[in-house]
Design a protein around this ligand. Structure first.
Ligand SMILES: [Ca+2]
Length: 396
């Protein structure tokens, strides 16, 4: 843009200079013409002077002859005619002098115009030099900006190239990690797939890792007592160290420690029992350390949609069947009242259980005197100090 404006100004200046130069040339030619005219006039004046001098000589001769010639009147007339001619010459001379003066005046004016144009040209030269100076500054500024922009652009391109390199390297790392993760997942699935689905192959008591369908690997406690196992322990209490007065979510997910007191969780219970029939064995020791047990050859827990309702039947054992009366009941916690009572049995008995109206067995009730079993054989409520609930596949 600056370059274009500069070109336009230079063109205008050149045109102006050309015009002024033409004017000066015209003035000089005009002056030369005037000079020539003056020279011609001067020659004519000199000629007139010469004629006047000759006329004067003729007059002198005539005056001399006048004293001798009697026809003086005729001479007088001739003299008058010559005087008239002289007057005419004088007039023409005056006129020429006036014309000369006018020409001189015009020449002076021409000189003034030339000076004025000379000053204008000087001003134009000054402006041109100022414009050149500004153009130089603009060009320098433009160069500086261009260099600065080029530097910024170079830095930006370098940064972009670095990012591209790093991204490329990173994408390689990501691919490696992704492959490693996929391999790990395959290994993990393979490993989990090889895990047992229960404790049936375990020969020793302890914490084992099994595979629960739809849940994945799960640590459980396997127990070889009694000898009709091995058993997968779903609940254990023996010292009241664990709080069993918990909400629905806690009972769904399970709580406690496998090496101590715990509840395996209603969701795991459902997934372990809903596809194949399991048997439930319960070991009980009352506060007098008397051992009792019951066993149900059919035990199943329904899904959460069915409130983890219990299905239980086919009792055996040295304690009577107190749990079949809970058959079909949904699980209840203090925040989910699924019992058959107008009261909230979970709140009333500070536990979570398949309460009905409210219960004949409450193995998750308050540890101190609330953990009970109604034994019809002895027709008494057993006050339990220790309980273990455990399951095993029905076919064993
Ligand atoms: Ca109720």
């Amino acid at each position: 843009m600056v370059q274009r404006q500069t070109d336009i100004i230079q063109e205008q200046c050149k045109e102006l200079v050309y015009n002024v130069t033409d004017d000066v040339k015209s003035s000089m030619a005009f002056l030369d013409t005037l000079q020539e005219d003056l020279t011609n006039l001067w020659k004519r004046v000199v000629k007139i002077d010469f004629n006047s001098a000759q006329s004067q000589m003729a007059i002198d001769i005539l005056e001399k002859d006048w004293t001798e010639d009697k026809s003086i009147n005729n001479l007088q007339n001739g003299s008058n005619a010559i005087l008239m001619q002289m007057n005419e010459h004088a007039k023409r001379l005056l006129t020429l002098e006036m014309q000369t003066a006018n020409l001189t005046l015009q020449r002076c004016r021409g000189d003034g115009e030339a000076s004025k144009r000379h000053l204008q040209m000087q001003n134009i030269d000054l402006k041109l030099s100022q414009i050149d100076h500004r153009i130089d500054e603009s060009i320098k500024l433009y160069d500086n900006h261009r260099k600065s922009n080029e530097n910024v652009l170079r830095v930006y391109r370098d940064a972009l190239a670095n990012i591209a390199r790093r991204t490329h390297n990173m994408s390689g790392d990501i691919q490696i990690l992704s492959n490693a993760q996929a391999n790990f997942r395959l290994d993990m699935n393979k490993f989990v797939g090889q895990l047992p689905k229960d404790c049936s192959l375990e020969k020793f008591n302890g914490i084992k890792l099994i595979q629960v369908p739809s849940l994945g690997p799960l640590e459980v406690y396997c127990d070889n007592f009694p000898n009709k196992g091995p058993w997968l322990v779903i609940q254990k209490r023996f010292n009241g160290s664990e709080n069993f007065f918990r909400d629905w979510t806690n009972y769904r997910n399970g709580f406690g420690k496998l090496a101590s007191e715990f509840w395996i969780g209603n969701q795991a219970l459902h997934l372990l029992t809903y596809k194949r029939s399991m048997k439930l064995h319960i070991d009980m020791w009352d506060i007098h350390d008397r051992y009792l047990y019951v066993e149900y050859s059919n035990f199943r827990v329904r899904s959460e949609i069915d409130q983890y309702a219990i299905e239980i039947s086919h009792h055996s054992g040295n304690a009577s069947d107190a749990l079949s009366s809970h058959n079909g009941m949904g699980f209840s916690t203090f925040d989910r009242d699924n019992d058959a009572s107008s009261a909230n049995c979970a709140v009333h008995h500070t536990g979570g259980w398949w309460y009905q109206h409210c219960h004949r067995a409450d193995l998750n009730g308050r540890y101190s005197l609330g953990m009970t079993w109604y034994d019809e054989f002895s027709q008494e409520w057993l006050q339990l100090a220790r309980v273990e609930m455990k399951i095993a596949p029905h076919e064993l």
